[in-house]
Design a protein around this ligand. Sequence first.
Ligand SMILES: [Fe+2]
Ligand SMILES: [Fe+2]
Length: 294
Amino acid sequence: MTISDPLADRLLKSAARQSYDPEVDIDWEAEVLPGLHYMVPERLSLWGTPTYDRLTPEQQIELSKHEIGSVASVGLWFEIILMQMLLRDVYRSDPRSERTHFELTEIADECRHSLMFGKALGRLGVPAYGPPPLIHRFAPIYPTISRGAAAYASILIGEEPVDRLQRELMHDERVQPIVRQVSRIHVIEEARHVSFARDELQKAVRQMSRAERVFAQTVTAQGAFIMMRSLINPQVYASVGLDPREARKVALGNEHYRATIAWMGEKVMPFLEECDMVGGPRNRRAWRASFLLP
Ligand SMILES: [Fe+2]
Ligand SMILES: [Fe+2]
């Protein structure tokens, strides 16, 4: 007998109606169009600075290609970790339950997303930048140390801010169609994942001890800092002849970029506050350093 779960049932029906195969649903052969950006220019890390203004229009477009490439490569890396977290959960779960069925469906979604991002990086001709080497090396322990609230709050930090960026991107006619197509597919399928993770987080926080709550708050705040700092790999700046260290410094001091990250966090942060996942002054320092909290 199937073990029912109303939310999982609804999400499974949505997945049956709207799922995409990047192999066939994206025209990988389509030409990139001259003069179009690869990201909303105002969301670039250097936008609004003299360093950005000194670049030629061609260099600004080139930089936008590398920045979206960096975001996609970090998204892909995050998805691989996320699939491991979900698989560990599935391993302990009843295969007859709709909740497990949805987790398996989400793993399948993420698997296709990683394939889609990997193909997009190849098509754009940019490196798979990924997160900093140390983070890349130690991140695989994450699925073993975090479960429940810590896991689902971190998942929301990985999914919601980038989702906000992609929702805007997919509507912007100044952006290359191929980037808009990839973003659109991702946004449609991510909506299910966000609903599921929010529900799991709400359930988890109801059953938590005080010690577990403090642990989850700390892990999430540190994870958010790492995630937001990793999105733009400093090596992207070398693609337009800028010194990565110098340009990184300019980006982190750029009020427009800080405002962009705060905007990316505008949906998820109130929800995390509501779930009491943001924590006290020490954690708030990490949240502010991530720029998700202004
Ligand atoms: Fe995804
Ligand atoms: Fe997802």
